[in-house]
Design a protein around this ligand. Structure first.
Ligand SMILES: NC(=O)c1ccc[n+]([C@@H]2O[C@H](COP(=O)([O-])OP(=O)(O)OC[C@H]3O[C@@H](n4cnc5c(N)ncnc54)[C@H](O)[C@@H]3O)[C@@H](O)[C@H]2O)c1
Length: 250
């Protein structure tokens, strides 16, 4: 799993380990990542998800993986002014950085872990997208861009798996939470979210949805996680459906 040192990644590492999984925690933050790995009896690997060579090294040394949780991500909060129209003040460096982590990081990750899964005929890839991948987010349009990109990638990889010879049992899906109480929600965004009366969800709640997504294994799904409602599955071309499959057209 990527971005396992903190927040949603840390909570999910704990949830996986509780269910008996052997977890490889990866992150750019070595100290925090090693502490999580030690806490859950797992292993830590330093990985900058934006570095394709580093991905190959991790797969070679710690893979192959049954499951990849591609979770690491950042916002432009703090590196571009908010609110207002943040794109007008976006620097090249801030743009490249978020694209490198939120988009390249997922692309390189899927590319690195999928071959062994397809060859074996089974595996799971879960990507942490966001509601900002399905809905506009005026506060951080580049974040919205990256999360829409990731949702499009998940949908398209899922469609491609169905077309592979012998259709391997490889499931690719996205988790799309609303606001979660983690470090990515900086003080400025936190106060805007609070002013709008949107409760922040706990990372443990998102971790439980990740676990549920791995039980239900809905190919190409976007799991919508929003405060006060049951997690729901959205699948392009299938309308909005409840996670148990009973639903209604969108
Ligand atoms: N918190 C929210 O409101 C929210 C909502 C929807 C989606 N998300 C998504 O959830 C995911 C996890 O974020 P979080 O909320 O737990 O934030 P977080 O800041 O607590 O955790 C992010 C983790 O990613 C790591 N990371 C940053 N850059 C990295 C890199 N280049 N390579 C590897 N690891 C790197 C950080 O060190 C950190 O441990 C992100 O993809 C984020 O976009 C968060």
């Amino acid at each position: 799993m990527t971005g396992g040192a903190r927040g949603i990644g840390r909570a999910t590492a704990v949830a996986f380990a509780r269910r008996g999984a052997s977890v490889v925690v990866t992150d750019v933050d070595r100290d925090a990542g090693e502490a999580v790995a030690e806490e859950i009896g797992g292993r830590f690997e330093h990985l900058d998800v934006a570095d394709p060579d580093a991905w190959q090294r991790v797969v070679d040394t710690a893979g192959p993986f049954d499951l990849a949780f591609l979770n690491a991500g950042i916002s432009t909060s703090g590196i571009a002014p908010m609110p207002g129209q943040p794109i007008m003040a976006l620097t090249d460096d801030a743009y490249r950085r978020i694209m490198g982590i939120n988009v390249d990081g997922v692309v390189f990750g899927a590319r690195a872990v999928m071959p062994a899964m397809v060859a074996r005929g089974s595996g799971d890839i879960v990507v942490t997208a966001s509601m900002a991948g399905l809905h506009p987010i005026a506060l951080d349009p580049i974040y919205g861009l990256t999360k829409h990109a990731v949702v499009g990638l998940v949908r398209s990889i899922a469609a491609g798996i169905e077309q592979l010879p012998d259709t391997p049992d490889v499931c690719v899906s996205a988790i799309c939470p609303g606001f979660v109480d983690t470090a990515i929600v900086g003080p400025e965004l936190r106060s805007i979210v609070e002013q709008r009366g949107l409760p922040l969800m706990e990372p443990d709640h998102i971790a439980e949805v990740v676990v549920r997504s791995l039980t239900e294994r809905v190919q190409g799904a976007q799991w919508i996680v929003w405060p006060g409602i049951e997690p729901r599955v959205y699948r392009w071309n299938h309308g909005i459906i409840d996670a148990d499959g009973e639903g209604h057209a969108s």
